[in-house]
Design a protein around this ligand. Structure first.
Ligand code: ADP
Ligand code: MG
Length: 211
């Protein structure tokens, strides 16, 4: 089973992934945890290039393709083998981030991103994505004062990111669960477990069977 957490920096992805993985492990899941971009040697090098404030100019198309290259390596090296071994994969971000950051907010055509995404992922896609939805101002407040290259793009960009995430979720409600991330850590955690059980069966059933 392949599960993804999405949402802007500061939404609470790292906090919730930690707790979610603890409950899944306790329920008997064998877990593989990863983050985007990263979790492979190539991916971590590309992450530095993408997120540090270097002097290298990176256009929106190149940015999209670098994320996709990191993703291709992650799928081939980590995600596909883990899924084949029956593990539950939990990823901090996946293709939806590209659709939203470089598409909805960045202005690249969404269908082009999906086409490149199909190549990068070789069709591997999440069974369920938890979208941690939070007002951009709250996210900035939480994330603190050292934004990375992407997160320093400012208010209008992040309103488009939020709206993009929400419209993608609305278009695919069976696979994207919107979680109100403005709640307390405990309440967000409970909302995630509720959505997980509603969509895929209980955490006691690693293969999501509801029968
Ligand atoms: P992300 O991984 O999405 O960037 P984090 O989990 O790192 O988000 O959380 C960003 C900051 O907000 C951290 O300092 C974290 O402790 C805090 N935080 C996370 N969830 C909540 C919450 N529900 N309410 C208040 N603060 C939170
Ligand atoms: Mg994080």
């Amino acid at each position: 089973m392949f599960l993804v957490f999405e949402g802007v920096d500061g939404a609470g992805k790292s906090t919730q992934i930690e707790r979610f993985c603890d409950s899944l492990a306790a329920a008997g899941h064998e877990l593989m945890r990863c983050r985007e971009p990263g979790s492979t040697a190539l991916g971590e090098r590309l992450r530095e290039l993408l997120l540090n404030h270097g002097e290298t100019p990176i256009g929106m198309r190149a940015e999209m393709l670098i994320y996709m290259a990191a993703r291709a390596q992650l799928v081939e090296e980590v995600i596909a083998p883990a899924l084949a071994a029956g593990k539950t994969v939990v990823s901090d971000r996946f293709l939806l981030s590209s659709v939203v950051y470089q598409g909805h907010a960045g202005g690249l055509p969404i269908d082009e991103i999906r086409a490149v995404g199909a190549v990068a992922t070789s069709g591997v896609r999440p069974d369920l994505t938890f979208l941690l939805d939070l007002h951009p101002d709250d996210a900035v407040r939480r994330a603190g004062d050292t934004p990375d290259r992407i997160e320093s793009r400012g208010g209008p960009f992040f309103r488009k990111v939020r709206d993009g995430f929400l419209s993608e979720a609305a278009a695919d409600p069976d696979r994207v669960a919107v979680i109100d991330a403005a709640q307390s850590v405990e309440d967000v955690q409970q909302s995630i477990m509720n959505a997980f059980q509603r969509h895929l069966g209980t955490p006691g059933h690693p293969h999501g069977s509801t029968t």
